[in-house]
Write a protein that binds this ligand. Structure first.
Ligand SMILES: Cc1cc2nc3c(=O)[nH]c(=O)nc-3n(C[C@H](O)[C@H](O)[C@H](O)COP(=O)(O)OP(=O)(O)OC[C@H]3O[C@@H](n4cnc5c(N)ncnc54)[C@H](O)[C@@H]3O)c2cc1C
Length: 398
């Protein structure tokens, strides 16, 4: 059957279906949940995400729902003072040809879901958990938990951090537990301390802990994500926890930073996981995409952006190498694996050297980062924001 099978209906899976449909390729998305929804509140979108939106034909809808922040702001959580900020105004937009935005995950997901629902070439199926696959050189069959079988010309494993498809393709065991506990909450706008209602993605960096907040949903609320490196040993996703537990990691931070945490409610915990990068994401007619391929700590705020870039690259390769599925998947993997490996590895590094240092390490961070000009910041992130990771993707098969 001439269609792609996509295991997983997260941002990566839906973006893939849209990218393929734009090239005239049909797909079926198999999502294990009973409903197509995205959990969590805010998400940051670098200019590279907007390059991907445009390529996927959802640029206008995505731009409409974003808040465009003025700065990425780095604060010292101990002194309460600003260390540095990266201005995101005209000079940034001109340099990277797109803005930096923040959105509600549900809004972003809704844009992708509506685009999928509106397309004749995309079928969405829920309660469809892919357990395994078989392939015979001309087709691939996804085997579902309920025993159903779905056959197509390729299978894309966009089934997230705990991917079943990855177990077969890479077989590198469970994800690595970072020991970092992340607690998420949302603060209604009028409960955010007035002097902190900044139009910025703000990071308060402290010893083995940090706080991130930014405005959401047309300024109705603030997204709040706080992380504590407490050597948590077990992976956790979305578990409700008490305010007291969250507070415990932040006793040493300045009152101005602590008061933000005190505004949080209905906290949910994630113990963060990632994996070491691997060079092979492909098994014949099967390939991995998004978190299934390159799960990362969130410190670059790029996991969803990378999943969307993957989708764009796969669609471009499908068009360029029409008909030859195995070459398409190899070419896609070759174009994506180093860029995503860089994010995986550097996310760990910036966690250690920017988000969580203490003592002399933190003083050094403040001195180095505080001395940079906007242009120096832009040069540093040029490899990430200045590129869509797609250079040559359409014309070259290597
Ligand atoms: C605290 C935190 C903050 C973050 N902030 C940002 C940010 O600011 N910017 C950014 O770009 N990224 C951010 N990320 C990362 C981003 O959320 C993920 O990288 C992104 O959602 C991955 O998308 P995905 O579609 O690959 O995987 P997922 O979103 O995990 O989707 C996988 C889908 O597959 C389904 N599924 C799983 N197994 C199966 C199966 N066997 N069969 C069928 N379906 C299956 C799941 O139900 C799910 O719907 C953050 C992550 C965290 C934890």
């Amino acid at each position: 059957m001439k269609r792609f099978i996509i295991a997983g209906g997260g941002i990566g899976g839906l973006a893939t279906a849209i990218g393929l449909a734009q090239k005239g390729v049909a797909s079926i998305v198999l999502e294990k949940s009973a409903e197509m929804v995205e959990i969590g509140a805010g998400i940051q979108l670098g200019p590279n995400a907007f390059h991907a939106f445009d390529y996927l034909g959802v640029g206008d809808a995505a731009r409409e729902m974003a808040i465009y922040i003025d700065n990425l702001r780095l604060m010292d959580a101990i002194s309460g003072q600003e260390i540095a900020h990266i201005p995101l105004g005209d000079a940034f937009r001109k340099r990277f040809r797109n803005p930096y935005g923040v959105v509600h995950r549900g809004d972003l997901y809704g844009v992708f879901l509506r685009a999928c629902q509106a397309h004749d070439l995309i079928e969405l199926r829920t309660k469809a958990q892919v357990e395994d696959y078989e392939q015979d050189g001309t087709s691939v069959t996804a085997i579902l938990a309920n025993g159903a079988r779905v056959t197509g010309m390729a299978l894309i494993g966009a089934d997230g951090l705990w991917s079943n498809i990855r177990k077969r393709v890479v077989d590198d065991g469970p994800p690595l537990v970072s020991g970092h506990s992340t607690y998420r909450s949302v603060i209604p706008y009028d409960q955010m301390p007035e002097d902190l209602r900044w139009n910025a993605a703000t990071l308060w960096a402290g010893p083995k802990c940090h706080i991130v907040h930014y405005p959401l949903s047309d300024w109705k609320s603030f997204n709040l994500v706080v992380t504590y490196h407490n050597d948590a040993a077990e992976p956790v996703a979305g578990m409700p926890v008490s305010h007291h537990e969250v507070r415990r990691g932040f006793e040493q931070v300045a009152p101005i930073a602590k008061q933000i945490i005190d505004k949080g409610k209905d906290w949910k915990l994630w113990v963060l996981c990632d994996r070491d990068p691997v060079m092979n994401w492909v098994d014949g007619r099967v390939a991995l995409l998004g978190d299934a391929a390159h799960p990362q700590l969130q410190y670059f705020a790029q996991g969803a952006c990378m999943a969307m870039e993957d989708a764009v690259c796969l669609a471009a390769q499908t068009e360029a190498l029409s008909g030859d599925v195995e070459r398409v998947l190899q070419s896609y993997q070759n174009k994506r694996r180093l860029r995503t490996a860089r994010i995986q590895l550097q996310s760990r590094e910036i966690g250690q050297h920017i988000y969580h240092p203490s003592g002399a390490h933190a003083e050094l961070r403040n001195a180095v980062m505080g001395a940079k000009t906007p242009e120096e910041w832009y040069d540093l992130v040029d490899w990430l924001y200045g590129s869509s990771g797609l250079e040559g993707a359409v014309t070259s098969s290597r």
